[in-house]
Design a protein. Structure first.
Length: 99
């Protein structure tokens, strides 16, 4: 009986080792999957940041282009003159002093 008991004990130990090895393998696989997901999320985050920076750059370029456009400069100078020069009065006597 003792030989059989030893064999059973050895088999149980072998099964336990196999179970532990399988658990370790599963844990390693889960760790690898988690790492892959984190890497994918990081790549997505970086791509979104790049897109955001590209959009900001394009907006700044458009803003600079608008500021340097003749239409904007004409409007700017027109607004400045409109606020600097008083309106011509409608009363004939006031027109003389306006000139």
């Amino acid at each position: 009986m003792s030989l059989e008991e030893r064999q059973l004990t050895l088999r149980e130990r072998e099964r336990e080792r196999e179970r532990e090895m399988e658990e370790r393998r599963q844990a390693r696989l889960l760790g690898e999957r988690k790492l892959e997901k984190e890497m994918m999320l990081e790549e997505i985050r970086l791509e979104l940041e790049e897109r955001k920076l590209e959009q900001e750059r394009m907006l700044k370029e458009k803003e600079i282009e608008w500021k340097e456009s003749p239409a904007n400069k004409l409007k700017l100078w027109g607004d400045a003159l409109r606020n600097a020069v008083s309106r011509m009065p409608v009363e004939p006597m006031d027109i003389v002093s306006w000139f």
